[in-house]
Design a binder for this molecule. Structure first.
Ligand code: ATP
Length: 319
């Protein structure tokens, strides 16, 4: 195994019948990181992680997971990789406690402690079929963590969880990562990717479109920071000063309402200017682009909300 990569994928190709769904894909998951795989529905994310887990055989390409080839060495990999099970993986009548016995082969972690951490202690004697969707999801996570794996692969980790359970699961993933486990996460939740991932890989139609830290992707692919405030009869000198600030791209005015667009620096600079020109507007708002905006920008699906349609007087600004 490379000392710096837990997963290395080069030129992965996978078809179902005649349809190519993953095409010439390269992917790296560095040791100790949480890497997110994001993209539109049908982009090939699950197929990719299934190839990495050895659940599907690639048509071509080179894959190395902890130094093993998942297509031919799945047995060696199994104890080292934890992954969420599919909904159908557990028999309806299996009790939660029995599932722990069945899957906790290495006894590396205390199953009772994990049940406690994920709020499932009271369900230890319950059969699988009686668990709610969220409880099932949390049980799958407990089972994935039970053997203290070196790599954990999580596909739609928090789907169906209530907000408190979701935060609890995030905290558990962070803790696991702090303890040294590398995580590969497939998600449609962009706030989840932003909160957890050091690196995000964006897929579309079987290809990687871009990869980087969430903040880098936001910087590259989303629109401007937008600041809005109202000021009756805003002094021309104030608007002129704002339009000359570093990072400001455009200043527009509709009656008393002023909109400033630019890069992240404008949050500090416009704020400071408004303090100098008291009174500070009570309705000052700042809109910061998110990873979701970056993803939509990258996929060409941005709705242009921030462009707006109202008629405005353009005051100035630089590009
Ligand atoms: P989603 O975000 O919707 O879960 P995804 O990015 O995980 O999508 P995949 O599940 O890998 O994408 O699917 C990629 C494409 O392959 C989709 O068009 C899907 O319909 C198709 N596909 C997936 N599994 C099979 C299969 N077993 N047989 C045939 N086609 C499949």
């Amino acid at each position: 195994m490379s000392e710096t990569q837990v997963v290395t994928v080069r030129g992965l190709r996978k078809s179902y019948g005649t349809r190519v769904v993953v095409d010439d894909l390269d992917l790296d998951v560095p040791v100790g990181q949480i890497v997110g795989l994001i993209g539109a529905n049908g982009a090939g994310k699950t197929t990719t992680v299934e190839c990495i887990q050895g659940l599907r055989k690639p048509d071509s390409g080179r894959l190395s997971v902890l130094g093993f080839d998942p297509a031919t060495q799945a047995a060696q990999l199994r104890p080292l990789v934890g992954s969420q099970l599919q909904q159908s993986a557990l028999p309806d009548r299996l009790r939660v406690g029995e599932a722990l016995e069945l899957f906790g082969t290495s006894r590396a972690r205390d199953g009772g402690e994990l049940l406690e951490q994920f709020g499932l202690t009271a369900r230890r004697r319950s059969v699988f079929s009686s668990l709610s969707g969220g409880e099932r999801q949390r049980l799958f996570l407990v089972l994935a963590l039970l053997n203290r794996p070196r790599l954990v692969i999580l596909d739609e980790l928090t789907q169906g969880l209530d907000p408190a359970a979701r935060r609890n699961v995030w905290a558990a993933v962070r803790q696991l990562n702090d303890e040294g486990t590398t995580v590969l996460l497939v998600t449609h939740e962009m706030d989840e990717a932003e909160a957890l991932c050091g690196r995000v890989v964006v897929m579309r139609a079987g290809h990687v479109l871009d990869a980087g830290a969430p903040a880098e992707l936001v910087e590259r692919h989303s629109g401007a920071v937008v600041i809005r405030f109202s000021r009756p009869d805003p002094p021309a000198a104030l608007l002129d000063e704002i339009s000359r600030l570093d990072g400001v791209q455009a200043v527009t005015r509709t009656g008393a309402r002023v909109t400033v667009r630019g890069d992240r620096r404008i949050v500090a600079y416009v704020g400071a200017a408004l303090v100098r020109w008291e009174p500070v507007p009570a309705d000052l708002s700042v809109w910061l682009p998110s990873l979701e905006d970056a993803l939509l920008g990258l996929l060409g699906q941005s709705d242009g909300e921030q462009a707006g349609t109202e008629t405005r007087e353009l005051i100035g600004g630089r590009r």
